[in-house]
Design a binder for this molecule. Structure first.
Ligand code: SAH
Length: 445
């Protein structure tokens, strides 16, 4: 039995049975553009003007414009998450998801030797539900976290979503920062009294021991697409359909581009590949920070280990949507290639996984937490919702095997701790490193 996990599990099991809300209803916040043109139409016009001026654009540029253009980008304008939006994510399905990730964070903070500072950094926090569930666990585990100074740092490109996050995490206790040279664009205090700041880019987050969370973040980053042809690898580009001037189409670049020369591996065996160079840069930044300042990263997303080919797709109203039609009206996404992330993380940092979500959550004790919640819940419809949300999160045919967890850790975390001085002469090996929760099967008997 592992000492620190025992404490945490104990707290989790006896934690007040607080049912936050099982299918978080989506307060639709309609943020209208100041002009009266339909946003998708102005996005299409913006893209066709660009293509007319420069020629066909890489898929990565198309995806970046459609999702994060500062005026008409899909994420910048919308609140797309939840039953009334375009897609729903695990933290929105059940509070248990965020609670178990909260337990993971505390156990990794303990495994790192309980540093006095703990920065929780979330990339792409959506509606702020995951951060809010994690902070609830922190407040339950106040006695374990002791005197550590805890702060929350949110990397969010969307002003609309950052306001929603601020509302949910601080009530009205946050303010926009106006100074140009301020790395954070908003600062505040959570309802539990912790400092919280918002940034546009990871590099703006202060250095220091940090645990990074990225849930359904990497899949939203722009991908390049490459096609194997008889003449070699060629980049897939987005062009205007010559027969229908208001419609876009894919074309293959006639000659190599900088990206097709630099981003396809020499020994690539597939006929078509997607490479998320921006995700690679972010992983390198995370790896460097973890090596220099200590900490860990937990990345959860749908993805594969370097085996899939064409995964680029759109989502609108919880249905698949053609990626090139009405750009800006639907989410665009591509499966995360974990083998690429591992390669980009480099040899210094330790990589764990990917493991299926079902395995990770079961290793984290989701069954025990469910039993406690069910035992304490007498309302039939809430019980039914609890069971249904558990099924969505863990069923292999639903999110259980489609989503994976991938971790980055400081290599020290997996090394055997040195033997105490006095024992050097004994033949006993030094104790094994503490297991990493979620990635290791633990028995709680
Ligand atoms: N993690 C949340 C939301 C996922 S949606 C959840 O699982 O519910 C993707 C999130 O990433 C949104 O908050 C979106 O605004 C943000 N995002 C997308 N691209 C980004 C970028 N380049 N930089 C920072 N945030 C980004």
């Amino acid at each position: 039995m592992y000492f620190f996990l025992t404490i945490i599990l104990h707290v989790l099991l006896v934690m007040p049975v607080l049912l936050v809300c099982f299918l978080r209803a989506s307060p639709i916040i309609c943020l209208l553009l100041s002009n009266h043109e339909k946003p998708q139409r102005s996005m299409l016009r913006h893209l066709t003007t660009k293509i007319k001026a420069t020629g066909p654009i890489p898929v990565a540029e198309y995806m970046r414009e459609v999702l994060t253009n500062p005026v008409t980008g899909y994420y910048v304008r919308n609140n797309m998450l939840g039953p009334d939006g375009d897609f729903i994510t695990s933290p929105e399905i059940s509070q248990i998801f965020g609670e178990l990730l909260g337990v993971w964070i505390v156990s990794e903070w303990m495994g790192a030797g309980r540093p006095t500072q703990l920065q929780l950094v979330e990339l792409g926090p959506g509606k702020g539900s995951l951060a809010s569930d994690v902070l609830r666990v922190f407040s339950q585990l106040r006695s374990v976290l002791g005197g550590a100074s805890v702060s929350l740092h949110l990397v969010e490109v969307s002003p609309a979503l950052s306001r929603l996050q601020a509302q949910s995490l601080t009530g009205s206790r946050s303010q926009e920062a106006h100074a140009e040279d301020e790395p954070a664009y908003r600062r505040g205090e959570t309802t539990g009294g912790l400092p919280v700041s918002w940034y546009r880019r990871l590099e703006d987050v202060p250095t220091g021991f940090s645990i990074f969370l990225a849930h359904e973040f990497f899949d939203a980053l722009p991908i390049h697409k490459f096609q194997r042809t008889q003449k070699g690898w060629r980049e897939v580009m987005v062009d205007i359909d010559p027969e229908k001037p208001n419609q876009l189409r894919f074309v293959v670049a006639p000659s190599p581009t900088l990206a097709s020369s630099a981003l396809v591996q020499a020994d690539e065996g597939r006929g078509h590949v997607e490479v998320c160079a921006e995700g690679g840069v972010i992983i390198q930044q995370l790896a460097r920070r973890i090596l220099e300042d200590g900490g860990a990263a937990l990345i959860a997303d749908y993805g594969h280990d370097g085996t899939k080919t064409d995964t680029f797709r759109g989502f609108k109203d919880h249905r698949l949507h053609d990626v090139l039609s009405s750009p800006g009206s639907a989410d665009l996404t591509a499966d995360v290639d974990f083998s690429y992330l591992r390669r980009m993380a480099g040899g210094g940092v330790a990589c764990l996984g990917p493991v299926p979500q079902r395995t990770f959550l079961k290793n984290m004790g989701i069954d025990s937490r469910m039993q406690v919640l069910l035992r304490n819940c007498s309302d039939a419809s809430t019980r039914q919702q609890l069971i249904a949300s558990y099924d969505v999160l863990t069923n292999p045919a639903k999110m259980g095997e489609r989503f994976h967890f991938f971790g980055l850790l400081h290599p020290r975390r997996l090394a055997r701790p040195p033997r105490p001085e006095g024992l050097k002469l004994e033949k006993k090996p030094s104790p094994a490193p503490l297991p990493v929760a979620g990635f290791t099967e633990l028995s709680f008997s």
